[in-house]
Ligand binder design. Structure first.
Ligand code: G3H
Ligand code: 13P
Ligand code: ZN
Length: 349
């Protein structure tokens, strides 16, 4: 099947009441790990690339690696997504290349650090929506700002400074027509999210639930959703790493999110931890080795294990065969004739 529009994939997830992991990739082994996990668990997948990934791997390498995945696993629906687009130009370049989905993260200015005004966010996101929908491409927007900057996007701080305001979320969804909405509920990117197991004072699941009540038909997206499991931290530290004690987002909180409208769950850090631990173990135990395959193979297997576990926990496992991809040309017609126009159903407060 062709690459799938993320909108179709998320509409199907909403019908089935499950979430879909969106896993970041930078290289071939990570794509292979995701696809092997998807095959084993019979899962639809979202493969996403940040700007950093696109520049690290070089655009065409990454694009063609994902096309290879699509060729090798025709039975698995794959949406190919630009993570944290910082400008119209970034999103346009992904769409021109063949991505079926983009995130316009207008919650921050182009530098990926400074919070933007609501009006700036609406303007740039709407511009991307108009361009993308004409071409059948899905758009994720973000309202509210994630904390942390040590890995990727974020405005710094604890993550609590810019928690999404439900009223603004409603206004943003109505004004932009985004297909999916990322919200800020106290998480941040990277390994250092929380200093202890998070409770409601730092992880604002109540805000997520309030937004879902107001926008019951909008696909919500949770960023910064790595769980940072202790066992993965321990492997790294056992073999010479120096991670400080830290907590991520517990899987049961993500599952609560999924029961309340979350359809896309972004995970990168857990896979980084799994791969790094596996590589450290090989190099620590057998320092005489120098063939990259000796450590990249266990690294790929370690990531596959984490991804398969998340696919099962998020509920997407078993759903790869539920539908066939609609071509993005057909999807574009749906946006044009209004049948796919996002009309957020706004419930009363
Ligand atoms: O935005 C956060 C993702 O984990 C991607 O990170 O920008 O370092 O590739 P990155
Ligand atoms: P983590 O750093 O928690 O894996 O978050 C990834 C993410 O949100 C990518 O956009
Ligand atoms: Zn993110």
């Amino acid at each position: 099947m062709p690459l799938v529009s993320m909108r179709q994939l998320l509409d199907e997830a909403a019908k089935g009441g499950y979430g879909v992991g969106a896993f970041n990739v930078n290289d071939m082994e990570q794509i292979q790990a995701i696809m092997a996990a998807a095959k084993d668990t019979n899962s639809p997948v979202i493969i996403q690339a940040s700007r950093g990934a696109r520049s690290f791997a070089q655009d065409r390498f990454l694009f063609h690696l994902i096309l290879a995945a699509n060729e090798l696993y025709p039975e698995i629906p794959i949406a190919m997504h630009q993570d944290h687009g910082n400008s119209f130009e970034t999103c346009k370049s992904a769409i021109d290349l063949g991505y079926t989905s983009v995130m316009m993260d207008g919650s921050l200015k182009e530098d990926g650090k400074t919070p933007a005004s609501f009006e700036e966010n609406v303007a740039v996101t709407k511009r991307v929506v108009d361009f993308a929908h004409e071409r059948g491409v899905t758009v994720e927007g973000e309202i509210g700002v994630l904390g942390g900057v040590e890995d990727g996007h974020g405005a710094g701080g604890t993550g609590l400074e810019h928690v999404t305001d439900p009223d603004q979320a409603v206004e943003f969804a109505e004004k932009t027509g985004v297909d999916a909405l990322a919200i800020a509920i106290g998480t941040s990117h990277g390994a250092y999210k929380f200093t202890k197991k998070p409770d409601g004072s730092v992880l604002k699941m109540d805000v997520l639930i309030a937004i879902h009540k107001r926008l019951p038909n909008t696909h919500l997206v949770m960023h910064g959703s790595s769980s940072v499991p202790k066992d993965l931290q321990d492997v790294i530290n056992k073999y010479g790493g120096k991670l400080k004690e830290t907590w991520g987002v517990p899987v049961e909180e993500i599952q609560l999110g999924i029961r309340n409208g979350v359809r896309k769950v972004n995970v990168d850090t857990d896979n980084r931890l799994a791969m790094t631990g596996a590589i450290r173990k090989v190099l620590w135990e057998t320092p005489e080795k120098f063939d990259p395959r000796d450590y990249m193979k266990p690294a790929r297997e370690a990531m596959q294990k984490v991804v398969a576990q998340r696919m099962t926990q998020f509920g997407q496992a078993g759903h790869a065969g539920d539908y066939k991809a609609v071509s993005i040309i057909e999807i574009a017609k749906g946006y044009k004739d209004g049948s796919l126009k996002t009309k957020p159903l706004v419930a009363a407060k």
